[in-house]
Design a protein around this ligand. Structure first.
Ligand code: AMP
Length: 282
């Protein structure tokens, strides 16, 4: 595995690879790897001749009072894990090169970013789409792989790729969980032991939603009431939102008909975690 730090070097390698008729698979990340990241890399390994993973803690997707400074970083651990899983290139650009002083361009996807996390993190998704578009230009992937764990992010990037007539395929992969159900996240490292126990109510509440949907419940209100009840019975959990949305438009639904996502965000102390369940009506 090679570590590339400069945009120039990364672009040169990407265009040579494309010129040779090879498929580039790309997994963008912010590091502190866990099995969730590795599952995307394995899929990338399967799909591409050249597998590129970027590791960049993108400052513009964090709000002013969020955890950019404290975001967990473990370059050596990440380097080893990426190498073991068969990554060809680990691309680690510098913030100064990605955002030089005259940077003044943002990419904003409208409707699908307004609801859910967009309400409490109003500039988050424009930070994500701006950096992902930059990374796509630099890495020139044929396929880019994202996790369903960040479901709104996946839908937003798919919308961007579609609306800008981009050539890249944006693929989604299922959420990887700990054996007790907690969705893996780099931010789980923040949890104190009592919070780690209480956080299981997130998964439990989504399982309840799934059970109700499987039994045929189609009133969103009834499901939301149960989900919120489970979360509220846990004193260490503070709900940011729980919503049931159309899985494609991300608009709230009352009467469930097509595919839906039950999405939630909650605080445990200062740690904000998200999780979701995609329920497809076949
Ligand atoms: P991050 O480093 O948190 O920005 O995540 C990088 C990529 O890994 C994103 O596409 C995430 O959706 C994905 N990801 C993070 N956690 C998980 C998980 N538990 N399961 C599957 N994908 C994940």
């Amino acid at each position: 595995m090679e570590v590339i730090k400069t945009i120039k070097e990364m672009k040169e390698l990407a265009s040579q690879t494309r010129g040779a008729g090879k498929i580039i698979a790309f997994v963008p990340t912010m590091g502190c790897f866990h099995e969730g990241h590795l599952s995307l890399m394995r899929e990338g390994r399967r799909r591409g001749d050249l597998l590129i993973v970027s590791l960049f803690v993108n400052p513009t997707q964090f709000g002013p009072n969020e955890d950019f400074k404290n975001y967990p970083r473990d370059f050596e651990g990440d380097r080893k894990m990426a190498e073991e899983v068969g990554v060809d290139i680990l691309f680690t650009p510098e913030a100064e090169e990605m955002y030089p002083p005259d940077h003044q361009t943002i990419v904003r996807v409208e409707k699908v970013t307004q609801n859910l996390c967009g309400r409490s993190r109003p500039t988050h998704f424009q930070g994500v789409t701006t950096v992902v578009l930059m990374l796509f230009e630099i890495v020139m992937p044929h396929v880019a792989i994202f996790g369903e764990k960040d479901y709104q992010q996946l839908v937003t990037i798919q919308q961007m790729a579609k609306n800008l007539h981009m050539s890249v395929e944006v693929a989604g992969m299922p959420t990887v969980r700990e054996s007790d159900g907690l969705a893996m996240s780099s931010r789980n490292t923040y949890l104190l032991p009592e919070e780690r126990k209480a956080v299981l109510s997130l998964y439990r509440s989504l399982q309840k939603a799934k059970e109700l949907l499987q039994k045929g419940e189609r009133k969103a209100d009834r499901i939301l009431q149960e989900v919120k009840g489970i979360l509220q019975s846990e004193p260490l959990v503070r709900i940011d939102y729980v919503q049931i949305c159309d899985a494609h438009t991300l608009q709230n639904v009352n009467q469930i008909e097509g595919d839906v996502v039950v999405a939630l965000a909650a605080y445990l102390g200062k740690t904000r975690l998200i999780d979701n369940l995609v329920f497809r009506i076949i």
